[in-house]
Design a protein around this ligand. Structure first.
Ligand SMILES: [Zn+2]
Length: 152
């Protein structure tokens, strides 16, 4: 994705409303619990955005986005939603958010190679190691859910 589209997408994401204890009581409570397990004590907003795929994004220091598909599947199969929440919370825990990440698109190593792909890969691996711990899922269950994400 080019940087202009990425910024445009980011700005559009600020328009959606977060879930609350009133709008989604059990998901809200679960989200709070996951944050606690991850050791994040500040207030984080959980904000759904329209998307038919199972997707999430650690958007900023205080905002996690999840696709409406993940919101919809929660009542039927909560672990599918929980797993993605844990992944995004892991990103938040390590500060993998916002303009810090955008800036990395321009980083080059000593040989002039762009290193953003390498950094992305490392960040994703770290989040994947942390997510099942936060979500309380076995590695096996976590892998199964990853396959469900890919199929959707
Ligand atoms: Zn990720």
């Amino acid at each position: 994705m080019n940087i202009k589209n990425e910024i445009k997408e980011i700005l559009s994401m600020t328009l959606y409303r977060g879930i609350t204890a009133r709008s989604h009581p059990s998901l809200y409570q679960e989200f709070r619990n996951l944050l606690k397990v991850a050791g994040i004590n500040r207030k984080i907003k959980l904000v759904p955005y329209p998307d038919d795929n199972y997707n999430g994004k650690a958007f900023s220091n205080n905002r996690i986005l999840i696709s409406t598909a993940l919101l919809d599947v929660y009542n039927k199969a909560p672990s599918i939603t929980r797993c993605m929440l844990a992944h995004e919370i892991a990103h938040l825990k390590f500060g993998d958010v916002g303009f810090k990440i955008l800036r990395e698109n321009f980083m080059i190593d000593w040989n002039g190679n762009n290193i953003s792909r390498t950094l992305t890969l490392l960040r994703e691996m770290r989040a994947e190691i942390e997510a099942p711990i936060i979500a309380g899922l076995t590695q096996r269950r976590h892998k199964k859910i990853q396959l469900i994400y890919k199929k959707k």
